[in-house]
Write a protein that binds this ligand. Structure first.
Ligand code: C2E
Ligand code: CA
Ligand code: CA
Length: 640
């Protein structure tokens, strides 16, 4: 890594070193001064008070600085004034008749200390001030002495008795200045070394040893400005570990850390010369590729992605990681560091969302992100604006054709158009924010009120299926809240069925909540079954009453023998576990017949009825109460 200037927030460390110097001064110079005073002026005398006063003044200044009561500026000026005061005293010594050796010794010593005082305000400045101070005192000393020398009266002058002291001072002061300057240089070197160490820390990620986000940002700036000058291209690749949270959850954070270290090592080993790899956040790496062409970048990104796929040993388990990479290019996509960061992250988020390893930024992506933002902000206000409603889709017995239950599905009369967002689109967005909780509560309340309304009309209401997002179930106290609400609205638990995805149902916390609901008599089914990864074998451990076979399987019946086999084995297993199986998405009679042959007891789909409004369902309930069945095995079904 190149030599860097220390970041601004490291300057306090420099101050910390200076504080040490003040402490040193306080602990060495002040006692020394007090010692000199006690020896030189044992008895009360103006000189003694002057000396004590000067020492006390300087002590107060340094203490004030150490305790952060005084600003640097005040102390600096205070020190100069003290220095000047001593100097004036030396000059006036003659007039004041302070000719005794002690007085002169003190004043000389006090002047010798001035480099120390100056040093506390930086080495260069301290040295300059000390030299200037010395030159001025020398000049003034000579100026005082010269008239006596020239007139040949020096021997009889008052100066004769004290000149030895002056001579000591003039001879010793340069030595003293050199010593303090050397100390200052030493201190500065120490301080710079420390700052360098800290800079190194400030620019390096301690876990992986890679440059960190700060280093990355500066490097990107450097690369961009050089690319601007040379007219070359820069690619920014943002790599994210897709399932890192899962690794942490499953194996613990220490294992997670090791995974990051291994991955960083692999990536570094494959990182081409001239590119810059950094760890920019917990599970995110950034690669800057200067002087490049697009095909090279995609090839490089593919190589890095493959590295992630090579299984890693995590606590004795060999596991591949799934990496997602987003790429943005300078100058084609963005001109500035900030733009490129945003666009590459956008591409990365899209890769994550779509489940594709590599996504190159396109303007369409920005438009999609913008649309998602619009949808989400409009959806926030949807409940208050009365834009939400619930439609119901029948689930019917494939044996008798009777209506068995109704799945409640949310509808939104959205202000966002072209095209208006579909339920799976806006629900998925709501799931990424806290909004899903509010929407879930709204739907639950709406269906409870609907059940009451139908019952008030004397209608027999079948079980109502409610879709529940993982965040709702895991929001804490979900089960209790549902049961309380059911009681309040006088709806029996077995009138409610919750539909959850496999992913949700397999979480330990979810299982606890579900168990409470299950014990209370609420029906629980796994939605979109077969699309996740849960093995059939794990089903029997879960508190569930049914599974809904994903629409994809129904659509493949008669076309794909493995889908048929899976449908068959799910049915057999579910039967043996006395689970209810609903085949979703039945659209044709052929599919219906297939499912009937396989022995599937329940079905749902456009073949019977599309999701319908409350008015339509009310009519349907009246008709079914009069004995109407929904399965009519003819081709002439009218489908809307
Ligand atoms: P889902 O739970 O799998 O709901 C079934 C979806 O399949 C519904 O789409 C329904 O209209 C559609 N469908 C039913 N029969 C057929 C068919 O024969 N063919 C085809 N092609 N589709 C059929 P919808 O209403 O657009 O809902 C989409 C998804 O949005 C739902 O999938 C569910 O995951 C989510 N969702 C809808 N309402 C809610 C809700 O209130 N809460 C939660 N958490 N999610 C909801
Ligand atoms: Ca569902
Ligand atoms: Ca479903």
């Amino acid at each position: 890594m190149k030599e860097r200037t220390p970041p601004a927030e490291l300057h306090p460390t420099d101050t910390a070193l200076r504080r040490r110097l003040y402490l040193l001064t306080l602990s060495l110079v002040v006692p020394a001064a007090l010692f000199v005073i006690s020896v030189a002026f044992p008895d009360p005398s103006p000189m003694r008070y002057l000396a004590l006063g000067v020492t006390a003044g300087w002590t107060v200044l340094l203490l004030g600085l150490l305790l952060k009561r005084l600003s640097h500026r005040v102390v600096e000026w205070g020190t100069y004034l003290l220095g000047a005061f001593i100097f004036v005293m030396v000059m006036l010594a003659d007039l004041l008749q302070w000719h005794d050796r002690q007085s002169m010794a003190f004043l000389g010593a006090a002047q010798l200390l001035s480099p120390w005082a100056f040093l506390t305000f930086g080495d260069r400045r301290g040295l300059r001030l000390s030299v200037a101070f010395y030159v001025v005192t020398l000049a003034l000393g000579l100026a005082f002495t010269l008239p006596y020398l020239l007139t040949g009266t020096f021997q009889t002058s008052p100066l004769a008795s004290v000149w030895t002291i002056y001579a000591y001072y003039y001879a010793l002061a340069p030595v003293y200045i050199v010593v303090t300057a050397a100390m200052a240089v030493l201190l500065r070197n120490l301080s710079q070394q420390r700052i360098r160490e800290l800079s190194e820390l400030a620019y390096r990620d301690p876990l992986t040893g890679l440059p960190n986000r700060r280093a990355f940002q500066e490097e990107l700036d450097t690369c961009l400005s050089s690319a601007r000058k040379k007219g070359t291209l820069v690619a920014l690749c943002v790599l994210n570990i897709n399932d890192f949270a899962q690794v942490n959850d499953e194996f613990g954070h220490t294992a997670g850390d090791r995974v990051l270290q291994h991955l960083a090592q692999r990536l570094t080993a494959q990182q081409p010369e001239g590119t810059h790899l950094s760890r920019v956040s917990a599970d995110e790496f950034a690669l800057i590729v200067p002087y490049t062409q697009l095909p090279e970048v995609t090839q490089l990104a593919q190589t890095l992605l493959k590295l992630g796929q090579r299984p890693l040993d995590i606590e004795g388990n060999l596991r591949p990681l799934s990496l997602r990479c987003g790429v943005a290019l300078f100058p084609e996509h963005g001109q500035t560091r900030a733009d490129l960061n945003v666009l590459a992250s956008l591409a990365q988020a899209e890769a994550q969302r779509a489940g594709t390893p590599l996504t190159l930024y396109t303007p369409a992506l920005a438009a999609q992100a913008e649309r998602r933002r619009h949808i989400l902000s409009a959806l926030q206000q949807a409940p208050e604006r009365g834009e939400l409603s619930v439609v119901y889709q029948p689930i019917v017995s494939l044996v008798t054709g009777q209506l068995m239950s109704l799945e409640a599905l949310m509808r939104w009369d959205s202000p966002v158009q072209d095209p208006p967002p579909r339920p799976d689109e806006f629900m998925a967005l709501a799931e990424q924010s806290d909004l899903i909780q509010r929407l879930g509560e709204w739907t639950f309340q709406t269906i409870l009120e609907q059940i009451q309304a139908w019952q008030a009309h004397g209608l027999r209401v079948p079980r109502i299926n409610l879709n529940v997002a993982p965040q709702e179930l895991l929001s804490g106290q979900y089960a209790q809240q549902v049961l309380t609400r059911l009681r309040e609205m006088q709806v029996t638990p077995d009138q409610l069925e919750l539909e959850l995805t496999e992913r949700t149902v397999l979480e330990a916390d979810a299982v606890r909540e579900l168990q409470v609901l299950f014990n209370a008599g609420v029906h629980i089914s796994i939605d979109d079954f077969g699309t996740g990864h849960s093995s059939l074998g794990r089903l029997h451990k879960l508190p569930i009453t049914g599974v809904k076979l994903d629409r994809e399987f129904t659509s493949m019946l008669g076309q794909d023998s493995s889908a048929e086999r899976l449908a068959g084995s799910v049915l057999a297993l579910a039967c043996s576990m006395q689970l209810e199986v609903v085949a979703e998405g039945i659209e044709t009679e052929a599919q219906l017949n297939f499912l009937r042959e396989l022995g599937c007891p329940l079905g749902q789909g456009y073949y019977f009825q599309r999701p319908a409004s409350v008015a339509e369902i009310t009519t349907l309930l009246k008709e079914t109460q009069a004995g109407k069945v929904l399965t009519v095995l003819t081709d002439e079904r009218t489908k809307r």
